[in-house]
Design a binder for this molecule. Structure first.
Ligand code: NAP
Ligand code: GDD
Length: 349
């Protein structure tokens, strides 16, 4: 049985990745932060009582700020694969917390790499790099496009990207970067723009909200569906040699377009509800992200299947389901437990 260690296991991607790894027969170890409120909603459906037989998911308290804790965890678990998904992942928040974001999103990965290097083990390591690193570089972006980071978050990710490369080339570790473009789902954090929009639609339909305050609607993003992207992460670590891979759909739309697609699917006119609030604009913006994922298509055999229009429908439906609002119902989201598909949304994710 192969063992995987996943940081950021309680996040959007962590939850889908754990489902995938369990369905492939891995023993999965997840790093979780201690919080005064429960932060495991996205993985509660995967929880296994440790007293049961054949437990395959183990959760360990820890933090990317804690170098000694990470070293201890890696030495005791002895993972075959490590997926570093933990991060302060919100771009606008990173302007308010640049030092913290650099520490966790950037330096946190170096702590992990040092722990691996000192352990004497040879796990394969995946780093969650981001299209945000391309920043102001014009589209389309691929593995050769120069990084022009526009935020503390992006600068921290560029730093971590280069540390991955250095430990790969200088220390001989197997370390790969997945440079993932934006990917969303019904499990997306509620302050990212797609989820903010689809939740607002459900609340408008339920009579709970009649305005939606947003920032810059002109930026363009290459939005894909998160469950497909964790498959790419896994495929990246199954390659004989480590490397860097761009993952995206190859199609982009503006925030305004995504709003129009989502509202019209729900039979609403966005002009009646969308308002502007200065607080949601950023000091610097990333104007246009569009993936050239040719390398991944050719080498990994990975392609995105869900486009932004279908993604909008999935997310609108899921949020309407959550509030009990009648909806067309294309967005049923299935997960896998003990190899069997089951419907995960609404309720516990
Ligand atoms: P997310 O939903 O924000 O999840 C982030 C995870 O990191 C959560 O589990 C969070 O724990 C954990 N975390 C935060 N600070 C931590 C710390 N100090 N120590 C340990 N864990 C910590 O992010 P996501 O969308 O799943 O993204 C996963 C990774 O991919 C992130 O590194 C993100 O930057 C990167 N990425 C995401 C996208 C995207 O479009 N989603 C695109 C490119 C790259 P809590 O639950 O306790 O907060
Ligand atoms: N969050 C948010 N909230 N964004 C808004 C809003 C708003 O009210 N109004 C407009 N936007 C615009 C942002 O300015 C940005 O141009 C775009 O919507 C997308 O913002 P987010 O959904 O916050 O995502 P992001 O592109 O900044 O970052 C996400 O994708 C990166 C990959 O490119 C995050 O998941 C990052 O962690 C990830 O690395």
């Amino acid at each position: 049985m192969r063992k995987a260690l996943v940081t950021g296991v309680t996040g959007q991607d962590g939850s889908y990745l754990v489902e995938l790894l369990l369905s492939k027969g891995y023993e999965v170890h997840g790093l979780i932060r201690r919080a005064s409120t429960f932060n495991t909603a996205r993985i509660d459906h995967l929880f296994q009582d440790l007293h049961e037989k054949d437990v395959a998911l183990f959760l360990h308290h820890g933090d990317l700020a804690d170098a000694s804790g990470m070293a201890e965890l890696i030495s005791s678990v002895k993972p075959d694969e490590i997926y570093n998904l933990a991060a302060q992942s919100h771009v606008r928040v990173s302007y308010e917390t640049p030092v913290y974001t650099s520490d966790i999103t950037g330096l946190g990965f170096t702590r992990l790499l040092e722990a691996v290097a000192k352990s004497g083990l040879q796990p394969r390591v995946y780093q969650a790099s981001s299209s945000e690193m391309f920043g102001a570089s014009p589209p389309p972006q691929n593995e050769s496009t120069p990084f022009m980071p526009q935020s503390p978050y992006a600068a921290a990710k560029v730093y971590a990207y280069h540390m991955a490369r250095q430990y790969r080339e200088g220390h001989g570790l197997y370390v790969s970067n997945g440079i993932l473009f934006n990917h969303e789902s019904p499990r997306r954090g509620e302050t990212f723009v797609t989820r903010k929009v689809t939740m607002a639609i459900a609340r408008i339909k339920a009579g709970l909200q009649n305005e939606l305050f947003l920032g810059n609607l002109d930026s363009r993003r290459d939005w894909g569906y998160a469950p497909e992207y964790v498959t790419a992460m896994w495929k990246i670590l199954q390659q004989d040699q480590p490397g860097d891979y761009v993952i995206g759909t190859g199609s982009s739309v503006s925030v305004k377009d995504f709003i129009e697609e989502s509202f019209s699917y729900a039979g609403l006119d966005p002009a009646e509800y969308i308002r502007t609030d200065e607080r949601y604009f950023r000091p610097l913006e990333v104007p246009s992200l569009l993936a050239d994922a040719s390398k991944s298509i050719n080498q990994l055999g990975w392609t995105a299947e869900t486009d932004h229009a279908h993604l909008a429908q999935i997310m609108v439906d899921a949020d309407m389901d959550l509030l009990g609002v009648e909806n067309p119902g294309v967005g049923k989201e299935w997960a896998y437990r003990n190899g069997e598909p089951f419907y995960t949304w609404p309720g516990k994710v």
